[in-house]
Each structure stands twice: as structure tokens, then as C-alpha cells.
Design a protein around this ligand. Structure first.
Ligand SMILES: [Fe+2]
Length: 274
């Protein structure tokens, strides 16, 4: 089958057709995915059959799979996979992490070495809602208002968690997350381009009081999520979406909980942002 790449939005995102992820990736297919990933930041492959072993093998082509701190939502037998789901076990306990990330964020930026990439595979989706919105943080950097650029140039943001953004963490899990600082503007190691690195886990600015930092962070958050930088992915079952956490923010949207939304996620471990 011929492999082709189709842009999804003027800001970011591309669909790749002609690759069957249920089989081991040949070098041409891998190179197409790797190039499109750097060029388009979010890539989509539709109509895929991706059992856990194949999902993990695909993730390994891009680096080491991470083990998420929420071990209660690991897929049984495959701890590299985090289950995102609103399904319940027979005893009423949740099958996976529900209501994940309904705010702009980049995955696990509260760690010293946040994920480079996330690979999310949909098994069951609601008829409407439950979308994932993505925004291009190269574009957000390029379009920064002068005032924000001046306030944040050379600054480091403090990333952490609280009960508002992490309601499903146990007290012990929350206590393991110690605030960490990352540059407000990071340089992508693969493209050399600068991107804003912020989102809802960015809760402070190093060397600044909370009172001084809050309005700057609020203005940055609003800027980074603007429509003009945004691609909205409307899920179908069988979609594999892979995004670059180094230059993209994402945000889940609500849906009718009468319907199931059930997905498998892996992430690739990354280096320290510079
Ligand atoms: Fe996320």
C-alpha cells in the first residue's frame, strides 16, 4: 500500500495513510512516521488494530516506554500502558483514569525529565465529545505578545501538581511529586526551534512571588491555548494519535458519561528540557 501524509490543520497535525501498525514496522514506514512527527507535531493513523504488545513495540522504536505513577491504572500484564477510561469493574471501581487532562498541559511536565512523546490508541469512543485539542507551541512562541516575552525571557517555570489538576492521585503519589523548574521557552532537540513549555502544571515562576507570577501565568495559559494554534482531534475507534510533548499542549473535552471512552496510552521517556 502506498504511504501518504495529509496535513490536518494549518497549524499542526497530519494523518498518515497506508501503514498497518498491527505488523512490525519496516524502515520506510518508521522513517515516514518519525519525519512526520517532527514536521507536524501530532500524527494520526486511523483504522488500526493495535494489541498491547504492538503498541509497546511501536513506542520502543521512539525510546524507552515510561511507567506512569498511577499504577492503579496500568493495563494488567502490561505496565507500560496507562488505561484512560470511564468504564467500571463489576465492583464499581474504575478501570482506568477518568476525566484525564481537561486543561491545557504537556504530559508529566511535573517530572525533571518529562515525556517526549505520547501514543494514545482508542478502543471505544462516545458518539460526540471526548475530543483531544492540540495547540502548536512553536507558533505560540513565535506569536508571543511583547510584554509576555519580556516577562518570561530567561525565566524558569515551576511545574507541579495539586488536587485540582490531579484529583485521582493518592496522597502518597502526590507527595512523590516535588515541584521542578523548566525553562519557560525550550529548544526542541530535534528541530532546533523554540517553543513555549507551560500548561496547567506550570504553577509558579522561579524567583518570583506567587502574587507576581499568577497574572503572567494566566496570560500565558490563555495565549498558548488560542484557537489559531489549535487542531481538534475527533476520535474514532482504532485511531492511534502520537504527539510531541516538547512543542504541543493538549486538552481533553467533556462527553456524555452514559457512553464509554476507553483508551490505551504509552509515553516515551525524555531528557531534561533546555
Ligand atoms: Fe495528557
Amino acid at each position: 500500500m502506498t504511504i501518504s501524509v495529509h496535513r490536518l490543520h494549518e497549524s499542526l497535525g497530519a494523518e498518515i495513510r497506508g501503514i498497518d501498525l498491527s505488523r512490525p514496522l519496516d524502515d520506510t514506514s518508521f522513517a515516514t512516521i518519525a519525519t512526520a512527527f517532527l514536521d507536524h507535531q501530532v500524527i494520526v493513523l486511523r483504522g488500526q488494530q493495535l494489541p498491547p504488545e504492538r503498541h509497546i513495540a511501536l513506542t520502543r522504536r521512539f525510546g524507552n516506554p515510561e511507567i506512569h505513577i498511577l499504577e492503579q491504572f496500568h493495563l494488567v500484564g502490561h505496565h507500560e500502558i496507562l488505561v484512560l477510561s470511564n468504564r467500571k469493574h463489576a465492583d464499581g471501581t474504575p478501570v482506568g483514569l477518568e476525566d484525564a487532562g481537561r486543561y491545557w498541559h504537556t504530559d508529566v511536565s511535573f517530572w525533571p525529565e518529562p515525556s517526549t512523546a505520547s501514543l494514545l490508541y482508542s478502543l471505544e469512543v462516545p458518539p460526540e465529545g471526548g475530543d483531544t485539542m492540540f495547540t502548536n507551541q512553536y507558533a505560540a512562541y513565535d506569536a508571543l505578545p511583547d510584554e509576555l516575552r519580556r516577562q518570561l525571557d530567561g525565566r524558569r517555570l515551576l511545574h507541579g501538581l495539586n488536587r485540582v489538576v490531579a484529583p485521582k492521585f493518592t496522597d502518597e503519589q502526590l507527595a512523590r511529586v516535588v515541584p521542578v523548574s523548566h525553562p519557560a521557552f525550550r529548544t526542541h532537540p530535534g528541530t532546533g526551534r523554540k517553543a513555549v513549555f507551560a500548561g496547567a502544571f506550570a504553577m509558579g515562576i522561579e524567583g518570583m512571588t506567587d502574587a507576581a507570577a499568577r497574572p503572567i501565568l494566566d496570560a500565558l495559559y490563555a495565549h498558548c491555548g488560542e484557537d489559531r494554534f489549535r487542531y481538534v482531534h475527533r476520535w474514532r475507534a482504532g485511531d492511534l494519535v502520537m504527539w510531541d510533548n516538547r512543542c504541543v499542549l493538549h486538552h481533553a473535552t467533556p462527553f456524555d458519561p452514559a457512553y464509554a471512552r476507553h483508551m490505551h496510552r504509552t509515553t516515551v521517556s525524555g531528557g531534561r528540557p533546555i
